[in-house]
Design a protein around this ligand. Sequence first.
Ligand SMILES: Cc1cc2nc3c(=O)[nH]c(=O)nc-3n(C[C@H](O)[C@H](O)[C@H](O)COP(=O)(O)OP(=O)(O)OC[C@H]3O[C@@H](n4cnc5c(N)ncnc54)[C@H](O)[C@@H]3O)c2cc1C
Length: 450
Amino acid sequence: MKVVIIGNNISGTFSAQNLRSLNDEVEIEIYTQEKYPYYTRVKLPELISEKVTIDDLIVFKENWYKSKQIDLHLNKKVNKIDPNSKLIHIEGENSLIAYDKLILALGSTPSIPPIKNAAEMKQEKKGVFTLRSIDDALEIRDFIKKSSVGTAIIIGGGLLGLELANQIKACNLETTVVEFFPRLLPRQLDEECGAMLKEEIESRGINVVLDAVTEEILGNGRVEGIKLKDGRKFDSDIVLIQAGISPTIDLAKEANIQTNRGIIVNEFLETSEKDIYAVGDCIEYKNQIWGIIPACMEQSKIVAASLLGLKNVDYEGTTPKNTLKIVGLELTSIGIIDPTKEEGGAWEILKKADKKDCCYQKLVLKGNKLKGAILFGENKALSYVYNKMEEDVDRDELKKLLELYAYVCNNCGMEYDEAKMGILFKDLPPDWTCPNCKGSKKELKKKSNS
Ligand SMILES: Cc1cc2nc3c(=O)[nH]c(=O)nc-3n(C[C@H](O)[C@H](O)[C@H](O)COP(=O)(O)OP(=O)(O)OC[C@H]3O[C@@H](n4cnc5c(N)ncnc54)[C@H](O)[C@@H]3O)c2cc1C
């Protein structure tokens, strides 16, 4: 049996590796339009600031593929799939490539919001960029070096936008992040933690503008700045757009494979066409797209087993896990972080917000199950949270882990439980009084078993 995989990043490569570990005999060929073997995109912002080299990013060199008997074809763009004759066509070549089973690991590309001049100025290389590949990073690096760039705007205050801003700042540019929503990391943080993160980012010399709907990129021959919908203008020599992703679906769509926002798959990662599977950033499953590495890894295992007829595990979706990778800034967001947007009752939040130490920890429970967490400025609870997601947890154990305590009023027995109150006892003002008996703060003592 011959399996052809289109796309050679994490999803394509790990699908091939998983196939090989399940079966010695299957022929595996990978085609990718990029010129590099599998490299990590995670450190691309550091390629711009020259903290890493291309070599540092390559995860598996070409020898790795040889050792696994996987045929890797670089610089090959597939421009047509014919599901009826089970053939693919490579751009600029006459011969067709046959497959028995095909895996689409086509990934995604950065979305460009409807901003006047954005797409054109990016296309014409006038100082508007997105970051997805090694070549994008090199282009941005060279533009900064050669075009006497002093100021930069990053459109998008999500994870990638902030990580990029941090590295752009490291290139000694005056750096501004503009975010459409009223807080940074709108998908990963609540309002309170978003505000703490904003302070932290600004303390690193990066400007943050929220509620900022970019209407137009200014400049003619090259970028000169941006204009917001509310009329505000910001000068800039380069504009970097990091505003979400669009799954790559054209190839599938043209082959009449069912698509929506992504390539539609079922729980075995089968597309609507027989013997064609899809995996990674390009898929849509139950109306959801992921765009994160843990989902690619999980799906790569399932697609390999499913393709070989070992349908013992089906895909149930991947819990979103995101970590901001900025040195000295601990931030992880996992699963459901805002229960008000969820259905059903019995939601509970345990929260520790220590503004003085810039530390915020929020655990979201449904019944006894841990459903989500935000851990900012302190990651002692991180491995516990990773291990216990979607499992039953003990509230007292959680409170200990977060160092949340209960205090009891000596006069009236009223209990001040930090986990429920949202303000640490130490942060209450000195003139605070017990809401029950009006006794002073000093009347409350830490509960011995809390
Ligand atoms: C800067 C950056 C930082 C990131 N950091 C994180 C992080 O910290 N944590 C995290 O979980 N995720 C992160 N991500 C997201 C993560 O990199 C993606 O989820 C992952 O790369 C998706 O892998 P994939 O193999 O599905 O798709 P892709 O990585 O997009 O790879 C698809 C490949 O297929 C090729 N291809 C597409 N069409 C064709 C065709 N017609 N012919 C041939 N080849 C084709 C593409 O060129 C590409 O090389 C980051 C992404 C970026 C850009």
